[in-house]
Design a protein around this ligand. Sequence first.
Ligand code: PRP
Length: 208
Amino acid sequence: MAGKLFVCDHPLIQEKLATLRDRSTGHEEFRRTMSQVSTLLGAEALRGVRTRKTVVRTPLGKSPATVTTQPVAFVAVLRAGLGMLPGLQHLLPQAHIGHIGLYRNEETLNPVRYYVRLPKNIKDCFVVLCDPMLATGGSAVESLHILKTDKARQIVLLSLIAAKAGVARVQREHPDVPIYLAGVDASLNRSGFIMPGLGDAGDRLFAT
Ligand code: PRP
C-alpha cells in the first residue's frame, strides 16, 4: 500500500508557496518565507507526536490539558533543508537537529552522500525529515534509508514542493513514511528540476 500524502491547502501556506515560486522574490524574502511556511506545515506534520493527558491550574481553577512527551528531531537535508530549520526551531526550540549532506550527480541525478550527523536518541524521536524539494525522490529515499539504518522508527517527510514522480517513488520505497507538502507539480525537466517548481531552492536561499 502507498504511504500517506498530505497536501495542505491552507490559504496562508498557499500564499507563501506563491511567494517562493515567484521569480521576483529576492533572497531575503525567500529565506523568511521558507521559514514561515515550514512553521505552518511543520505543525501539521507533528500531529502524530506522542502526548499525555495532564491537568493545569488556570488562574480560576483546574483544566484538563494535553502535553507532548516524545522528543522530536528535525533532520535537514543539506543544503536546502537548512532553510526550513529556523521556522521549525521557532515552533519547537527544544527539538534535536540532525544533518544529512547529499548532492545530486548532475548526470545520473543520483544522490551522493558527503555528511551525516544525527541525534544520538534518534530511535526514540519523532523524526521530521526536512527537504523543501522532492524531485526524482532519490535524495529523500536515500535520507530515509540513512535514518532507518540508524534505527529511527517514526519518521515523516516534510517537503514544500514535489513532482508526482518523486512522491510515487517515496511512497513505493518507504510506504510507512507520511509525506507533507504544500504543492505537487506534474513533471520534471531533463535536468531533474520540478516544473514549474520554484527553481533551485539552495541557490535562492543562499544567493549562490
Ligand atoms: C536538491 C534539493 C533536494 C534534491 C531533490 O538538492 O534540495 O535535496 O535536489 O532532488 P531529488 O528528489 O531528485 O533527489 P541538490 O542536490 O541540488 O543540492 P543542494 O541543496 O545542496 O543545492
